[in-house]
Ligand binder design. Structure first.
Ligand SMILES: Cc1ncc(COP(=O)(O)O)c(C=O)c1O
Length: 395
């Protein structure tokens, strides 16, 4: 029998899950400690009481999915603006991919230029213009067939956290670049010493009239109830967010700074942002209810998840050292990644290079983790959440 579903992860032997409760997800034969939490989009654990309560309220209040302007989107946007202060306007959509795609459209509309400076090592979703990994000498390598030819021509890779080289490349191409897009703290290697690089990009972009886009799909909300841009006091022109803002349902949105919003108004350009489910009442309602709960309880929530993540990272790294294992965990707040080398790394390119040599042991490690009933996502990125129970962290 062949598999009906072609999405990543499905094959005829896939283990299929059917429910999630607190820190676990459940398949027919097993219950796993979920270290993925819907790829980082659930901060409160599966089926948290506030999520369930808001779903019940939807039924009680007869909220339906009318594709029309609605009070729930307006209310949600007000609360989002409270925690993302560098926001003048918001554009709602349904996934991170859609938000990134539309943010690039805004950049092209304003700049009338086509080239995108893509910072290496990040992930921006299933976006044709950005589906590249970094090859030798910063050559883009396609991650998918079927990409338009122009995508390759229009992407310029700049190396994460390397100011000198980035400066060289940007200076060479600056006249043709519409925007720089960066995942400021990368899921692939949550590397903390990045503030100077981010500041450099902010300054360069401003000076040269290039639009700076921060992709904060993962770090949005997860960074102490705000964002990396707020944490490092940087003001990108555009932010893209999603994941945990959905409170457990799909979401993506774009934040425009005042400068960008004014430009759009002044230039009188029409940029298309529509979509059947964009800002739909059900997702907006749930997102807002969960967000309100998180804002009220933010101290408790973020100190708990950050401290648990810190404890987990430090204990495991000590253990790896003691046992002379060639492994290390990198962490930013409550996002972590196990890296299969303890060599000092500062970018994903070197991580990939060193990990490639160890495919066999990585495979055995993942198999072992699975046998311990721990669900480690294929990306290797671990997300903590409020439901994680301290006992599970004792190893
Ligand atoms: C940083 C970043 N940007 C964009 C995306 C794409 O978001 P989505 O999967 O919701 O389309 C992801 C998804 O993992 C992400 O981590």
């Amino acid at each position: 029998m062949s598999e009906n579903i072609l999405n990543e992860g499905y094959n005829k032997n896939s283990e299929l899950f059917f429910k999630g409760v607190g820190e676990n997800i459940v398949s027919k034969n097993s219950k796993y400690l979920d270290l993925s939490m819907c790829a980082g989009s659930i901060l409160l654990g599966h089926n948290h009481k506030i999520f369930k309560k808001s779903i019940k309220k939807i039924l009680k209040k007869n909220i339906s999915n009318f594709a029309a302007p609605n009070i729930y989107a307006r209310n949600f946007s007000k609360n989002i603006k409270k925690i993302l202060p560098n926001t003048s306007s918001i554009i709602f959509c349904n996934s991170g991919t859609e938000a990134v795609t539309k943010s690039l459209r805004v950049a092209r509309a304003i700049s009338n230029k086509n080239k995108v400076a893509l910072v290496t090592g990040g992930w921006h979703g299933s976006v044709d213009q950005l589906l590249f990994r970094t090859g030798k000498n910063l050559k883009p390598i396609k991650l998918s067939s079927g990409l338009p030819l122009e995508s390759m021509k229009n992407v310029i890779l700049i190396p994460y956290n390397n100011i000198e080289k980035t400066n060289q490349i940007l200076t060479k191409h600056k006249k043709n670049i519409s925007c720089i897009i960066i995942e400021p703290i990368q899921g692939s290697l949550p590397y903390k010493d990045i503030k100077n690089y981010l500041k450099f990009l902010e300054k360069f972009a401003k000076k040269n009239n290039i639009i700076l886009i921060f992709d904060e799909m993962i770090t949005g909300l997860r960074t102490d109830c705000s964002s990396v841009q707020n944490y490092y006091s940087i003001k990108p022109d555009i932010g893209v967010f999603g994941k945990s803002f959905g409170g457990g349902l799909p979401i993506g949105f774009i934040t425009l700074s005042k400068k960008i919003k004014n430009k759009i108004d002044k230039m009188k350009i029409k940029v298309f942002f529509g979509g059947t489910f964009s800002g739909n009442p059900i997702n907006m309602y749930v997102g807002n209810e969960v967000l309100k709960y998180i804002i009220v309880n933010k101290k408790k929530i973020f100190s708990k998840i950050n401290n648990n993540a810190k404890f987990f990272t430090n204990s495991l790294n000590k253990f790896f050292l003691l046992k002379k294992l060639d492994l290390k965990i990198y962490r930013f707040k409550s996002m972590m990644r196990i890296v299969f080398t303890n060599h000092k790394l500062k970018d994903r390119y070197s991580r990939d290079f060193l990990e490639r040599k160890k495919n066999k042991s990585i495979f055995s490690f993942k198999k072992y983790i699975k046998s311990q009933k721990i669900y480690l996502p294929s990306s290797g990125i671990i997300f903590f959440h409020i439901a994680i129970i301290e006992n599970t962290l004792n190893f």
